[in-house]
Write a protein that binds this ligand. Structure first.
Ligand code: 13P
Length: 254
């Protein structure tokens, strides 16, 4: 089965409204010929409307970096799916390791965020990944298996097919150390095997699994050449339009 590649830029806490407008406007002409790939930018909440506006009539979609599971209420600092849908945001990243590490997010509440996104028609990008200590102590497989099981709990096969998974080894995020294509492939194939066990062959073959962690235009092609790597969730390199445009082109340039 051929899965359409998906490249998403996670801008994290970077880019004001003005910076966002500028970056998206620069990116649009760089990627308008790249039709065989889904392209997403995930700016901070304050820049979502500007990004949607600047990406209008282009092949770039906009995603949020997080979303809450409740529709509304006393959840200071949180944003609901309805608020994102109103802005024509199409994707939501859930469970990023920085959210887990600095803001106490757990697999259980990542699962809630995932259900709320799917219910509203937002495409979730669910992040999983092990730390360096976990990898060194031989726990990688157990950690990934646990995260996948809990994060995807009670998601139907149908909805699973519309969910994107991002494997982001924590030790490769922002460190300049990229997992080798073989290391990434090993975990991607583990995730696909877990999907096959929990669902079925069709679901496992349909779900797109992105790799994230120091992805650049210089390493995307090798990563994409692995059979279970269907795209990338890109941090630093997505902040520079020329570099991100180049990376997107190279992702589908086999
Ligand atoms: P870097 O590409 O900067 O390593 O960040 C990866 C990441 O966390 C994307 O979500």
């Amino acid at each position: 089965m051929t899965r359409k590649p998906i490249i998403a830029g996670n801008w994290k806490m970077n880019n004001t409204v003005a910076d966002t407008r500028d970056a998206v406007r620069k990116l649009v002409p760089l990627v308008n010929d790249s039709v065989d790939v889904d392209i997403v930018v995930c700016p901070p909440f304050t820049s979502l409307a500007a990004a949607v506006d600047a990406a209008e009539s282009s092949n770039i979609s906009v995603g949020a970096q997080n979303v809450h599971w409740e529709e509304k209420g006393a959840y200071t600092g949180e944003i609901s799916v309805k608020m994102l849908i109103e802005l024509n945001v199409a994707y939501a990243v859930v469970g990023h390791s920085e959210r887990r590490q600095y803001f106490g997010e757990t697999d259980v509440n990542v699962n809630r965020r995932l259900h709320a996104s799917l219910q509203a028609g937002l495409i979730p990008i669910v992040c999983v990944g092990e730390t360096l200590e976990q990898r060194r102590s031989g726990e990688m497989e157990a950690v990934i298996t646990g995260q996948i099981r809990v994060c995807l709990d009670k998601v139907s096969a149908d909805r699973m097919c519309g969910t994107v998974i991002a494997y982001e080894p924590v030790w490769a995020i922002g460190t300049g150390v990229t997992a080798t294509p073989e290391q990434a492939q090993e975990v991607h194939s583990l995730i696909r095997r877990l999907l096959r066990e929990s669902y079925d062959d069709t679901t496992a073959e349909t779900v797109r699994i992105q790799y994230g962690g120091s992805v650049k235009s210089s390493n995307i092609n090798d990563l994409m050449s692995q059979p279970d790597i269907d795209g990338a969730l890109v941090g630093g390199a997505s902040l520079v339009p020329d570099e991100f445009g180049d990376l997107i082109k190279k992702a589908v340039d086999n």
